[in-house]
Write a protein that binds this ligand. Structure first.
Ligand code: MN
Length: 138
């Protein structure tokens, strides 16, 4: 058993990987016996990831606010507390806050043999981000 107190500094999301202000709290770190990398990711209004993929897929679980998620070729989905999204391995996608709301999600990924959790691409442009989302419940 290992207790890690709430003393790990919140990290700012890197500008190569995110648009807008994003803050990340570490939840679980990979080790010799676990590939799990989990974090709590806090997006300020309008903030989002760049386009990216995960070698072993990703589950996000929204804990707060209103967000957006999209896979390449699909509609923008509105996501909120209690919603869970799984991105397939290699599926190009982005996720973030709504334009006018904060959004926090837990992120759970399994790193690959080299310890990588994601491969990053282009930023999501303002035009891409501003596209109309799929109506909720549709
Ligand atoms: Mn992702």
């Amino acid at each position: 058993m290992q207790v890690t107190r709430n003393r790990i500094e919140t990290m700012a999301g890197r500008s190569e990987w995110f648009t807008g202000a994003v803050y990340i709290d570490a939840v679980a770190a990979p080790s010799n016996v676990s590939r799990l990398n989990a974090s709590s990711v806090h997006f300020t209004p309008g903030a989002r990831t760049a386009w990216h993929t995960h070698p072993n897929g990703q589950t996000i679980y929204v804990t707060e606010g209103v967000g957006r998620a999209r896979r390449r070729g699909g509609p923008i989905e509105i996501i909120g507390p209690g919603d869970r999204v799984f991105f397939e391995p290699g599926e190009d996608h982005w996720h973030g806050a709504a334009p006018d709301r904060f959004m926090t999600h837990l992120s759970m990924v399994e790193v690959d043999d080299q310890g990588n959790s994601a491969t990053w691409g282009a930023h999501v442009s303002d035009e891409e981000y501003a596209a109309a989302p799929k109506p909720e419940g549709a």
